[in-house]
Design a protein. Structure first.
Length: 410
């Protein structure tokens, strides 16, 4: 199990960084070294909360700006393994208080790497000082000897629609910090992944989608057709307190109320009425699709002032016709939804059928009054590309989750 910690390098207006010379604390594994400030993340505390608390407790400073560069995975045969959340901070005063763990000193930027520290720290300090935003690494020690340092940084890959000009995106599985079956950008909060890693993944995804808030609307998806009109009362951070909505879709006309849904083969749809400033996010599994969640979403948007002809729909990555094998009961329900004219969306294969669920969703939106030119398919078949997307069918349920998000600008 990885012990979660933070470490922060604070910069002042003179382009100096604050280093802590660890010479006061007894039985300190960092004894004699010059490092940033930080500490262990407490229970029910996020890395952001921890780093602000630790910086103030150790230095008396309250920087206005913090930035999490990534996670340094510290592995050792002698000490506890750590997930070390690496921060920089700026916009602060120079006057520091006395620290009970060592002596604090402002060091010129070009001299920071000359001060004695852990050998592995130099590998992430150098790019941090050079201004690199994202830094994820594995640093492994045998005793005090560095035996491995691997840069595992990946760019966050978020898919976007050309039809939507407000903050939005469909996540992929690339660019996060999770390990094992959750590698790497898992956004699922009920899959068994490390909570703090999922929070960091959400922060990255929201940033990549252009969403400034760390709070969003999400809920328990039950493959039904309920669509909720979201308000600020529904906002919560990842793993936040309060009861979650039980529904598969959201709409709102409020600014700064991001809407999020989870997917891993089902069809994600983001809806946007640019003229009337109404948005929606809908989780279209086959059950919710044939239960006509599409109509419920459009109807709820209309109640908020939208018009069908103005709504753009971005249909994200989902399992394709090439892989989505279903039984005759599903085909019967699809035929009923589309008024008996669905043959172009499925092909018989033995006793089963291959179904184009994204095509069905698109056709239903057209029937509801959306213009075909206002509907865009984004991304590929999730099951055909398990290296890019989470697929429930491909992994047989051993997986993380993707998400789709949309928000009106504040």
């Amino acid at each position: 199990m990885m012990i979660p910690t933070t470490i922060c390098y604070i910069k002042n207006a003179k382009d100096q960084y604050l280093l802590l010379h660890r010479i006061k604390k007894k039985e300190d594994i960092n004894a004699g070294k010059w490092i940033g400030v930080g500490g262990k993340i407490e229970e029910n505390e996020t890395p952001d909360q921890c780093v602000r608390r630790e910086v103030f407790e150790e230095t008396g400073l309250r920087p206005k700006n913090f930035y999490c560069h990534g996670v340094i995975k510290f592995i050792s045969d002698r000490y506890d393994d750590e997930d070390m959340y690496l921060y920089s901070a700026w916009d602060t005063e120079d006057n520091v208080k006395e620290c009970n763990e060592g002596e604090l000193k402002w060091v010129d930027k070009d001299e920071v790497l000359e001060y004695p520290t852990w050998e592995g720290d130099l590998y992430f300090l150098k790019p941090l000082l050079e201004g690199r935003k994202r830094i994820d690494m594995i640093v492994e020690y045998k005793g005090d000897k560095l035996i491995r340092c691997e840069d595992i940084t990946e760019d966050v890959v978020t898919l976007k629609s050309s039809l939507i000009d407000c903050p939005h995106g469909f996540s992929t599985r690339t660019g996060g910090v999770s390990d094992g079956i959750f590698h790497s950008l898992n956004l699922g909060m009920n899959r068994g992944d490390d909570k703090l890693r999922v929070i960091e993944n959400w922060n990255r995804f929201l940033d990549s989608a252009g969403v400034n808030s760390r709070e969003f609307v999400c809920g328990e998806q039950v493959h039904e057709n309920n669509v909720h009109i979201a308000t600020k009362d529904d906002l919560r951070p990842a793993y936040g307190p309060g009861e979650m909505n039980v529904c598969d879709g959201y709409v709102t006309n409020l600014k700064a109320v991001p809407l999020a849904i989870f997917i891993a083969d089902c069809v994600p749809v983001l809806l946007y009425d640019r003229e009337n400033k109404v948005i929606g996010a809908v989780h279209c599994g086959w059950r919710s699709t044939v239960a006509d969640i599409q109509k419920n979403a459009v109807d709820k948007m209309v109640t908020l002032g939208s018009k069908e002809k103005n709504i753009a729909a971005a249909i994200g990555p989902a399992i394709g016709k090439c892989c989505f094998e279903v039984g005759p009961e599903v085909i019967e329900a699809v035929e009923k939804l589309l008024g008996g004219d669905a043959t172009s969306f499925y092909t018989k294969r033995g006793e089963k059928y291959l179904l184009d669920l994204r095509g069905v969703v698109k056709q239903r939106f057209i029937e509801l009054g959306l213009k075909e030119e206002n509907i865009e398919l984004v991304g590929e078949c999730t099951m055909c590309h398990p290296d890019r997307y989470w697929s429930h069918r491909y992994t047989k349920g051993e997986r993380g989750s993707m998400a789709a998000v949309i928000a009106l600008q504040d």
